[in-house]
Design a protein around this ligand. Structure first.
Ligand code: KG4
Ligand code: ZN
Length: 363
C-alpha cells in the first residue's frame, strides 16, 4: 500500500488517514475525486457532457465514450491538484465497473487499473448503484441497516442496505426509471435536456391538480413501480390539447403524480422495513432524482410521520459524481474487499442478484 497521510497535533496524538481516488464514467458525467477514509472530500470534479448530448435530446453512448476518453486524464490530474496530493500519496483507486454505458465504463476502469498497476495500490471496481447507496455514510454518521429509495435516470429501486455488499431489494421499476420518465416528459414539453431539473423548474407555480394523471401501481401489493403509463398519459393529453401548452401545470401535475407513486411504494416498504429490520431507523433517498426538492419534502414528511430519520445527500452528491465512488472504495477496502486487474466491466450489474429469484420480503 502507498503512504497514508499523517496529521500531527500538539498533543502526542497522531491521526492517520488513507487517500482514495475515485473515477466515474458510467453515463454522461466524467468525474474524479479524492476522498479520505475519515469522510473528508478533498476534491470532487464533475465534467458534464450536457452540451455534447443536447442536440440529440439524450445521451449518445458513442459520443459519451469518446468524451470520457478525451477528458479523463486531465480530470484525474485536476482532482489530485485540487486535493493537493500526488499519485504517490494515493492508497487506493476505485472506478465505476458498471452498470452503465459500456464504452464509458471501460475508459474509467482502464484508467483506474493503470494507476493501480503503476503505483502498486489496491483497485476497486465499484457498482455504480452501490456508490449511490453508500453516499449517505460519507455525508452522515449512519449505521446499517437503512431503507434506501434509489431514484436515478437508469434505476428506480427500494432497497434495504444491510451492510457493504449486502442489499435486499424490496421493489423495482417494471419499465422506466423515475429519472427516465422525467427526462422523456421534459422532452415532450420542449424543456430540453437534461429533463429532470428543467421539469422541476417548470413546475414551480404550476397547478398540480389541473391534469388528473394516473398513479400507476398505487395501492397495489408489493413495492414495485411503473412509470411508462404516466408518460403515455402526458403524451395523450398533449395530442388533444388545443392552443398553447400549459407547461407549468402539466409539469406540476406530472411531478405530483410521480411523487404520489414514490410515496405510496415507499410507505409500503417502510412497513416491511420496520417489521423485518427493527434496528433500522432511517429512510434515505439517493440518485439524481433525489435532487428534486418537491420529492425531498414529501419524503421528509413521510419519514417524520413514521418517526424515522430522513437523510438525503447534498444535491451535488445526489447526481453522478466520483466522491461517491471513492467512498464506496473506502468502504470496500475497509472490509478487505478489492478487485484484480483482470476485472471485466459489467454493463449490467444488479445490487441484489437474488431479487429476481423471488427472494423478497414483499406482501
Ligand atoms: O444518478 P444520476 O445522475 O445518473 C444515473 O445514474 O442515472 O441521475 C440522473 C437522473 C436524470 O434522469 C435526471 O433528469 C434526474 O436524475 N434528475 C432529476 C433532477 N435532477 C436530476 N429529476 C427530477 N428532479 C431533479 N431536480
Ligand atoms: Zn447514478
Amino acid at each position: 500500500m502507498g503512504g497514508g497521510r499523517k496529521t500531527q497535533c500538539v498533543f502526542p496524538l497522531t491521526f492517520w488517514f488513507l487517500l482514495r481516488v475515485g473515477i466515474e464514467t458510467s453515463c454522461d458525467e466524467t468525474a474524479a475525486a479524492v476522498v479520505e477514509d475519515n469522510r473528508r472530500i478533498r476534491s470532487s470534479l464533475v465534467l458534464s457532457q450536457e452540451n455534447e448530448h443536447r442536440p440529440f435530446g439524450g445521451v449518445v453512448p458513442e459520443i459519451a465514450a469518446r468524451s470520457h476518453l478525451h477528458h479523463i486524464d486531465r480530470l484525474v490530474r485536476g482532482a489530485l491538484e485540487s486535493a493537493e496530493v500526488s499519485f504517490a500519496d494515493l492508497d487506493g483507486v476505485a472506478a465505476t465497473g458498471g452498470p452503465g454505458l459500456i464504452g464509458g465504463v471501460i475508459v474509467g476502469i482502464m484508467t483506474a487499473k493503470a494507476i493501480a498497476a503503476v503505483r502498486d495500490i489496491p483497485f476497486v471496481a465499484v457498482n455504480h448503484l452501490e456508490g449511490h447507496a453508500l453516499t449517505v455514510r460519507l455525508t452522515h454518521d449512519l449505521a446499517f441497516p437503512y431503507l434506501l429509495l434509489l431514484v436515478s435516470g437508469g434505476h428506480c429501486q427500494i432497497l434495504v442496505v444491510e451492510g457493504v455488499g449486502h442489499y435486499r431489494r424490496l421493489g423495482t421499476t417494471l419499465d422506466d426509471a423515475a429519472g427516465e420518465a422525467f427526462d422523456k416528459v421534459a422532452k415532450m414539453l420542449g424543456l430540453g435536456y437534461p429533463g429532470g431539473p428543467a421539469l422541476e423548474r417548470a413546475a414551480y407555480g404550476g397547478d398540480p391538480t389541473r391534469f388528473a394523471l394516473p398513479r400507476p401501481m398505487k395501492g397495489r401489493a408489493g413495492c414495485d413501480f411503473s412509470f411508462s403509463g404516466l408518460k403515455t398519459a402526458v403524451r395523450q393529453i398533449l395530442s388533444t390539447l388545443e392552443g398553447p401548452v400549459p407547461v407549468a401545470d402539466l409539469a406540476a401535475s406530472f411531478q405530483a403524480a410521480v411523487a404520489d407513486v414514490l410515496m405510496d411504494r415507499t410507505r409500503r416498504a417502510l412497513a416491511l422495513f420496520r417489521a423485518h429490520w427493527p434496528t433500522g431507523h432511517a429512510l434515505v433517498v439517493a440518485g439524481g432524482v433525489a435532487a428534486n426538492a418537491f420529492l425531498r419534502e414529501r419524503l421528509d414528511a413521510l419519514a417524520q410521520a413514521e418517526k424515522l430519520a430522513f437523510l438525503a445527500p447534498p444535491l451535488r452528491l445526489c447526481t453522478d459524481n466520483a466522491a461517491m465512488i471513492a467512498w464506496a472504495g473506502v468502504e470496500r477496502l475497509r472490509i478487505g474487499s478489492h478487485d484484480g486487474l483482470d476485472f471485466k466491466p459489467r454493463p449490467r450489474w444488479p445490487l441484489d442478484p437474488d431479487a429476481s429469484k423471488g427472494v423478497r420480503t414483499s406482501s
